[in-house]
Every structure is written in structure tokens, then in C-alpha cells.
Write a protein of this length. Structure first.
Length: 94
């Protein structure tokens, strides 16, 4: 299976949501729980998960973040998984 990104880098937790940086596409979400948190990626227009990336430990306060280098963000949609719950990013553009 072809990797969707070149590299996973530490994200910038200073803001929340998704934005483009010089390093790649940054994902950041605040979660008030100790349950595992993952980023779910879906090819645009599908419901099948293409990748699930654990966000690991909080990087600032209650914010989890990561950055995907050379990720074709325009071809994908995303959600977050917290424990067994799937959450839509409330800051996502509609």
C-alpha cells in the first residue's frame, strides 16, 4: 500500500484545526479525555478509512497535534477518533 504522506512530523499545537505550514499539513485538536486519540483519513467522498494515525501524547495542555509532510490534503477528508467515538472537527471548513 502506498503511503499517503512522506513523513509524520511533530505538529504545532498553538492553534486548533487544520492548516498548511512550510513543513506540511498540520492537524491539532483539543480533547478533554485520557482515552486514545487518532486522526482518521478518508479519500474524499468515501466512508472507508484510508489511514488511522494515533496522536500519541498531548503536546500542549489538552491539545494533540501532528504534521503530515507532502500530504495531498485536497484529496482527503478527516475525523478524529477518541476512544471508540468518531468526532468531526468543529473547526473544519464546510
Amino acid at each position: 500500500m502506498k503511503k499517503l504522506w512522506k513523513e509524520i512530523k511533530p505538529g504545532d499545537p498553538a492553534g486548533q484545526g487544520v492548516w498548511k505550514t512550510e513543513a506540511g499539513i498540520n492537524f491539532a485538536v483539543a480533547v478533554e479525555t485520557e482515552e486514545p486519540v487518532s486522526l482518521l483519513l478518508y479519500r474524499k467522498g468515501t466512508k472507508r478509512v484510508s489511514a488511522e494515525l494515533p496522536l500519541g501524547t498531548k503536546t500542549m495542555g489538552n491539545v494533540y497535534s501532528l504534521c503530515l509532510a507532502e500530504f495531498p490534503a485536497g484529496d482527503y477528508e478527516y475525523n478524529y477518533k477518541v476512544g471508540e467515538n468518531i468526532l468531526t472537527d468543529e473547526r473544519a471548513a464546510r
